[in-house]
Write a protein that binds this ligand. Structure first.
Ligand code: SF4
Length: 286
């Protein structure tokens, strides 16, 4: 999406009275966009709360300095892995795990060293652990099972270059609650960590359509893809559940359309599943 199109969408959202959290990814990597920081700033100036998600692979020193200078409220480093082995199973990237981890360690140290600057965003590391999902078992995407000790060791390594990192609270939370999901825990005033189970994005879509079910994500978000398609959620990276095209109609018309309203009512009441959602594995029994 070019910069002017992104600005235009932000202006339209502002016109609709939207003032909430805005993200810049639909399973993509916003830090690869050449104009990401002006776009983030435009959203902040329009009264929204910009949050950047990154897998951490693009966190060079220049990019981290760009983040620190922009008006994002938070940058979430979504590691989705807890070990070298998981990383290699999950990602098909030439970036070797030691380099990947080193880049994140340096980014966190740099962010922490800038903590006296005002308005700099919080950096949160989201560590992904294996979600219970044995369907199909041969398609495992991270190591079979991480232990609490594995996760504690990994978190210690991630924050290893941060002076003053306080991981005692994180360790206590992991000991008390296990690794099913810790919520967001502070490590310093500027840095935080969370642990959460992650599913397998490679199996977002099933083979068989379903005619009933409900979705825990539906109605909480809309996403605009890089080509301008508006879709029902940030999981729908290829626009199967698209409900409009911002290159043809403004957002205000798309969100107010009688077709979208009817589809929402039918989905929420359990009457029918939108056509584009019928192969989605996120559906659960109504
Ligand atoms: S069912 Fe799937 S595609 Fe449809 S809104 Fe939910 S997560 Fe998105």
């Amino acid at each position: 999406m070019d910069r002017e199109a992104a600005f235009e969408l932000i202006d339209q959202l502002q016109g609709l009275g939207f003032r909430k959290t805005i993200y810049f990814h639909v399973l993509g990597e916003p830090l690869l966009h050449p104009h990401v920081f002006p776009i983030v700033d435009r959203a902040a100036e329009a009264g929204m709360v910009p949050v950047l998600f990154t897998n951490g692979g693009a966190l060079t020193e220049d990019v981290v300095r760009g983040i620190l200078a922009c008006k994002a409220a938070e940058v979430s480093i979504s590691m989705q892995t807890v070990s070298r082995q998981s990383c290699e199973m999950l990602r098909t990237t030439p970036l070797e795990y030691a380099s990947y981890l080193g880049q994140i360690q340096r980014a966190l140290a740099l962010a922490e060293s800038h903590k006296t600057q005002q308005r700099s965003p919080r950096f949160r590391v989201s560590v992904g652990v294996n979600q219970d999902d044995s369907d199909p078992p041969e398609d495992g995407h991270v190591v079979e099972q991480e232990s609490v000790e594995d996760v504690k060791r990994s978190i210690s390594a991630i924050f290893g270059q941060v002076k003053g990192a306080d991981l005692a609270r994180v360790r206590r939370a992991l000991d008390a609650d296990g690794i099913a999901g810790t919520g967001c825990l502070p490590v310093t005033d500027r840095l935080a960590v969370s642990v959460r189970p992650v599913g397998n994005w490679r199996r977002m879509w099933g083979d068989t359509p379903v005619s009933s079910g409900c979705c825990p994500h539906f109605g909480k978000e809309l996403a605009v893809l890089s080509n301008g398609w508006v879709t029902l959620c940030h999981f729908d990276y290829d626009g199967r559940a698209r409900v409009g095209d911002t290159s043809e109609r403004p957002l205000s018309q798309i969100v107010a359309s009688p077709q979208l309203r009817q589809m929402s009512e039918d989905f929420l009441s359990g009457k029918s599943v939108p056509k584009g959602c019928r192969y989605c594995r996120a559906l659960v029994d109504a």
